[in-house]
Ligand binder design. Structure first.
Ligand SMILES: [Zn+2]
Length: 176
């Protein structure tokens, strides 16, 4: 696939979009699902597809090697995936990890799923980030002192076991 000089210019601008703040400005004006409504730029980043799930390099990658695994269907959440789609995703995670090592020499990978409205800042179309993990500096957890012991936290969840059972039952009715 060959790029025109204009396309090459656009591609170059992606390299610093995350660090320059350009990304934040761009996102405010998108107003569509970028994973459904593909433009040419996105098509030229795709590298593999199988049974309705594809693997692509994000335009706004966090680091070199970053991949996305995305179902073609516009679904918001893992629970909406068919068993077939989930099975292919499993395979694509494997392929992503192997290829990150092959192409970038990085042996570790973090899979990140941002779920829920406060976490999905941009797109409501399910997508998994497969991020090369060679050092923890890219994604540092801000650990917090716990208000509760592990036992107390387990008790808090167990106290809601009726709710948990109800949700488990509802999942069976809605999504299986
Ligand atoms: Zn979509």
């Amino acid at each position: 696939m060959r790029l025109t000089p204009e396309q090459r210019k656009i591609e170059e601008a992606y390299k610093t979009a995350r660090t320059s703040g350009a990304y934040d400005q761009i996102w405010q004006t998108v107003g569509r699902c970028v994973f459904c409504d593909h433009d040419q730029t996105q098509k030229q980043h795709e590298i593999y597809e199988e049974n309705g799930v594809y693997m692509t390099v994000p335009a706004y990658a966090y680091v070199d090697g970053h991949l996305l695994v995305i179902p073609r269907r516009h679904v918001r959440s893992v629970k909406e995936l068919t068993p077939e789609e989930w099975e292919v995703m499993r395979k694509l995670f494997y392929l992503a990890k192997k290829m990150i090592r092959e192409v970038h020499g990085v042996k570790g990978m973090q899979i990140v799923l941002k779920d829920g409205v406060t976490a999905q800042s941009t797109v409501e179309h399910l997508h998994f980030h497969c991020i090369p993990f060679d050092a923890p500096d890219l994604s540092v957890w801000n650990y917090r002192d716990l208000a509760h012991t592990p036992y107390e936290n387990a008790e808090k969840y167990r106290a809601k076991s009726k709710k948990l059972q109800k949700l488990a039952k509802r999942f069976g009715e809605k999504y299986e």
